[in-house]
Ligand binder design. Structure first.
Ligand code: FCB
Length: 445
């Protein structure tokens, strides 16, 4: 039987332990008069999502949320990170509000408070109203105001009960993965679209933060994802390849948000696609952050791709053990990013691990047992490294496990299971896994 070697006592007593989810991955987008999101339309187009899966039913959290919140509470967690769906709240994108959508989130937030769980809200975890796709989505500079209006609608209804709010989840995924690599909605592969989406998203973040502060809300931040960039060897070409990957994945957003610039290595390739006088937008973009969310899963080993177009790197396939996603397990990376952010970018701004976890091919055996021992090791190893970062002075205030339960894993459909709780997609039955029990034990001291 695997168990954590780390103990709750190693962390400050006010350290938050939570679980995370996202609206489109769990709710069921067909319920409650939600509008179509670009994930609905993307998933309805062949070969975008494995097996043609979509989020129309997902875990049916829209109806089963009380049971799900009970599982969080019984597990001993004290906080829950979730997102609101823009398409559920504004089915047409702009304008009219679906009151049923806001009512749903109000029931959810009140349900959390009743159970003594702190609500951590993400305003955008990828479900862009499909109405905006027709208008260019993140490529259209007007999205800055559409997003800011939506943020105010949500926060003016819920903000008085939210512990902390993030504008965006993982700008790298919203822009690079979705507009350059074409893997997530809207599935574009276009360098100009990518550059515009990066700049518009950052402006939307800053503009929304200003509007929310003016409305009297506080504890506002953003969630970024980080992926450790390891050069395949010490050769200059491969070190440059890893540096370029690091600039795109890890430095681009935090540098814009805290130092009012884009990495020089990227400007050489992207500046021509930015709006004229884009530098003037950094004052809006770099709003003070009350906290920063850090999502961390893996590392990549990079080598140069000779004669390739920008960005001329390729995956050199590292040799560490891999998860069911094929992602290498590299716990030291979480220590690296927490100390690196603290020392170079965010100083004393509180840091939260807002996602960390692994996919495994979990099965329910007789008597409802799910033996996800690899996940227990994974979490334990990462918690040890978070602890090390705290000892080095990084102001880390919480850790959210991805995810509460198995759910719609985007382009991988329902094939990849990240949950502490197993979901049977035929019956929608929830079964806590060994990792959930291990957390419960860890937190019960
Ligand atoms: C992150 C996403 C989250 C989930 C995990 C596995 O990139 O934020 O929704 O898909 O990866």
């Amino acid at each position: 039987m695997a168990s954590f070697t780390v103990s709750r006592h190693q962390f400050p007593s006010d350290f938050e332990f939570g679980v995370a989810t996202a609206a489109y991955q769990i709710e069921g987008s067909r319920y409650g008069h939600a509008g179509l999101s670009h994930w609905d339309t993307f998933a309805a187009t062949p070969n975008n999502v494995l097996n043609g899966d979509d989020g129309s039913i997902a875990c049916d959290h829209y109806h089963r949320w009380p049971e799900d919140l009970d599982l969080i509470q019984e597990g001993g967690f004290n906080s829950y990170r979730f997102s609101t769906s823009w398409a559920r709240i504004q089915p047409e994108g702009k304008g009219s509000i679906n009151q049923q959508g806001l009512d749903f989130y109000e029931r959810l937030v009140d349900g959390l408070l009743t159970r003594n769980l702190k609500p951590y809200l993400t305003l955008y975890h990828w479900d862009l109203p499909a109405a905006f796709s027709n208008l260019g989505g993140w490529r259209n500079p007007d999205i800055v105001h559409w997003f800011s209006d939506y943020s105010q609608i949500v926060m003016n209804r819920l903000g008085d009960r939210i512990a902390a709010t993030a504008t965006f989840n993982e700008p790298w995924c919203i822009t690079w993965l979705s507009h350059f690599l074409g893997i997530h909605a809207p599935g574009l592969r276009d360098i100009q679209a990518t550059t515009m989406s990066i700049h518009n998203l950052l402006r939307a973040h800053g503009t929304a933060l200003q509007a929310l502060r003016a409305d009297g809300h506080n504890n506002l931040g953003i969630v970024l994802n980080f992926d450790y960039a390891q050069a395949a060897d010490e050769s200059e070409a491969n070190r440059k390849a890893a540096d370029l990957y690091d600039a795109i994945f890890n430095r681009l957003f935090i540098q814009a948000l805290t130092q009012k610039s884009y990495p020089t290595v990227l400007l050489a390739h992207l500046e021509r696609y930015l709006p004229k006088n884009y530098q003037q937008d950094f004052d809006t973009i770099a709003q003070p952050l009350d906290w920063l969310g850090v999502n961390y899963y893996t590392r990549h080993v990079l080598e140069a791709a000779p004669n390739a177009l920008f960005p001329a790197y390729q995956d050199a396939q590292g040799h560490l053990p891999k998860t069911d996603m094929g992602w290498e397990i590299y716990p030291e990376g979480i220590y690296h990013f927490l100390t690196w952010l603290h020392q170079n970018y965010t100083a004393q701004t509180p840091l939260y691990i807002t996602e960390n976890g692994m996919a495994a091919p979990d099965k329910v055996w007789e008597q409802g047992v799910v033996q996800d021992l690899d996940r227990i090791h994974y979490i334990d190893a990462h918690l040890q490294q978070v602890n090390r970062a705290i000892e080095q002075g990084a102001p880390v205030k919480g850790y959210f496990s991805w995810s509460l339960m198995d759910n719609f894993e985007w382009a991988a459909g329902y094939a990849k299971r990240f949950g502490l709780v197993h979901v049977d997609y035929e019956t929608l039955k929830r079964t806590p896994k060994a990792s959930w029990y291990e957390f419960k034990q860890f937190l019960s001291v």
